[in-house]
Design a protein around this ligand. Structure first.
Ligand SMILES: NC(=O)c1ccc[n+]([C@@H]2O[C@H](COP(=O)([O-])OP(=O)(O)OC[C@H]3O[C@@H](n4cnc5c(N)ncnc54)[C@H](O)[C@@H]3O)[C@@H](O)[C@H]2O)c1
Length: 428
């Protein structure tokens, strides 16, 4: 596994647990040294046990030497980052191409080289060109095997995937990979063999579709707010239609995280290169970028325009629950604007202090929910952690006139009304 991040470490640990001999490689020396000591770089439920168990029994190893690790491996998964290019919208493939250039010098017998990183359609063709400049095409096969795990549920998602997509026309590689995934196929995962380009596009189309579903219900929520309707009723009514389905129909803040924002942009860029206008996805991106501004407007109106010296408490700051990932978290767009208006932010996150918020004045990390809430004027439930689902606000906040703005619709508005708490949700 080249790249020991959310995808590489989870996949590596899970493949080792299935009985394979796995080396997780990273060029971050500190990360690899820590992993050898049993220190896990990310928060991901169930991962620590899996890593420690398989490191101890020798199935899982860690290394900073890409060349040695490639030499002794038959199957190489590229799991490095593919962020958005600086000042652009396309995927930055520098890390992927750098790995390809390093791999090619270590190939002396047949290797399957797989992109598990999310890469735009035609990247596999490019990798094949790069490697074949130094090695005969008979010595390697480039395959696309996109990963669909979700942060927070990654171990479970890897172990019980809905589908395994293998993009290759090479029969030998397909046979080897079907065998590798056999334990998951026998538990019910669908195994689909497509062309390499199809596999690349399946991943982007899936993420863009899910982002569209979220954005769709967020816009319906805006209409519900203006028309005295509860968006949850709409989501239930729509979701019971099996053609639609209930998942990803929960209104909330904008979608964030390390995948949807970058992948929606990258797919429109790829399509533009083919002179195809993916106008639906372009609208989704625009709507999602605008959403934090809409929520900020609503905060202003809830606070009657008075934010100066007001204490605002954020419960959770990561982009979703059960992860420590801050990439493109909606709060990163909202907090700077709130402090500009003079607000003072206290935040609590179950995964601890966040360096991404350290550069701002008047943003303070609290060690527990109680101190984050103390004397707050406004409480924003930003992330749906279980820790936030049964808080006795009245006893903890201490000040009488606080307002709760629940981005995740965790609490019942009518119960809050009975408690005489000023409570507002999304789309109601
Ligand atoms: N995070 C997710 O939930 C998720 C889900 C599915 C797919 N993906 C895709 O998987 C890819 C990886 O995502 P991630 O979140 O795991 O990224 P990450 O940033 O957590 O991890 C990438 C790792 O690669 C390492 N790396 C970079 N260049 C290297 C090199 N030359 N040699 C060795 N190591 C190198 C980095 O140090 C880092 O540890 C991306 O393309 C992403 O879109 C991510």
């Amino acid at each position: 596994m080249i790249g020991t991040g959310y995808v590489g470490l989870v996949s590596g640990a899970c493949f080792a647990d299935l009985g394979n001999e796995v080396t997780c490689v990273d060029n971050d020396i500190k990360k690899i040294n820590n992993l050898k000591k049993g220190i896990i770089p990310i928060f991901e439920p169930g991962l620590e046990e899996l890593v420690i168990k398989n490191y101890k029994n020798g199935k899982l190893n860690f290394s900073t030497s890409l060349k040695d690790s490639v030499k002794k491996s038959d199957i190489i998964f590229i799991c490095v980052g593919t962020p958005t290019k600086k000042n652009g919208i396309s995927a930055d493939l520098t890390q992927v191409y750098n790995v390809a250039r390093e791999i090619r010098t270590s190939i002396s017998k047949f290797k399957i080289i797989i992109t598990k990183s999310t890469v735009p359609l035609t990247t596999g063709d490019e990798l094949e060109k790069i490697i074949s400049k130094k090695k005969s095409r008979k010595l390697f096969s480039v395959v696309s095997n996109p990963e669909f795990l979700r942060e927070g549920e990654a171990v479970r998602d890897f172990t019980f995937p809905d589908r395994i997509i293998i993009g290759t026309n090479d029969k030998k590689s397909n046979k080897i990979l079907k065998n590798l995934y056999a334990p998951l196929i026998s538990k019910g995962a669908k195994y689909i063999n497509t062309s390499r380009r199809s596999a690349e596009l399946i991943k982007y189309s899936s993420n863009a579709f899910l982002a569209t579903k979220i954005t769709f219900i967020n816009e319906i929520a805006n209409l519900c707010e203006k028309s005295d309707i509860n968006v949850e009723d709409i989501a239930i009514g729509m979701g019971l239609d099996v053609r639609i389905g209930s998942r990803f129909l929960r209104a909330g803040p904008s979608y964030g995280g390390s995948c949807f924002p970058k992948d929606t942009k990258a797919i429109t860029n790829t399509a533009d290169k083919f002179k195809i206008n993916l106008s639906v996805i372009k609208s989704v991106i625009k709507s999602n970028q605008n959403r934090p501004l809409l929520l900020l407007k609503r905060i202003h109106s809830l606070m009657k325009g008075k934010l100066k010296n007001k204490k605002i408490c954020f419960l959770g700051v990561t982009f979703k629950a059960n992860t420590d990932d801050m990439r493109d978290s909606p709060c990163l767009k909202m907090i700077p604007s709130l402090i500009k208006k003079g607000a003072i932010i206290n935040y609590f996150d179950p995964t601890g202090y966040k360096k991404e918020l350290s550069k701002y004045r008047n943003v303070y990390f609290s060690r527990d929910i109680k101190s984050a809430l103390f004397n707050a004027n406004l409480i924003i439930i930003h992330t749906e952690w279980n820790d936030f689902k049964s808080i006795n606000f009245k006893s903890l906040v201490k000040n009488k006139n606080f307002i709760i703005f629940d981005f995740r619709n965790i609490y019942s508005a009518s119960k809050m009304k009975q408690l005489k708490i000023k409570y507002f949700g999304i789309g109601k």
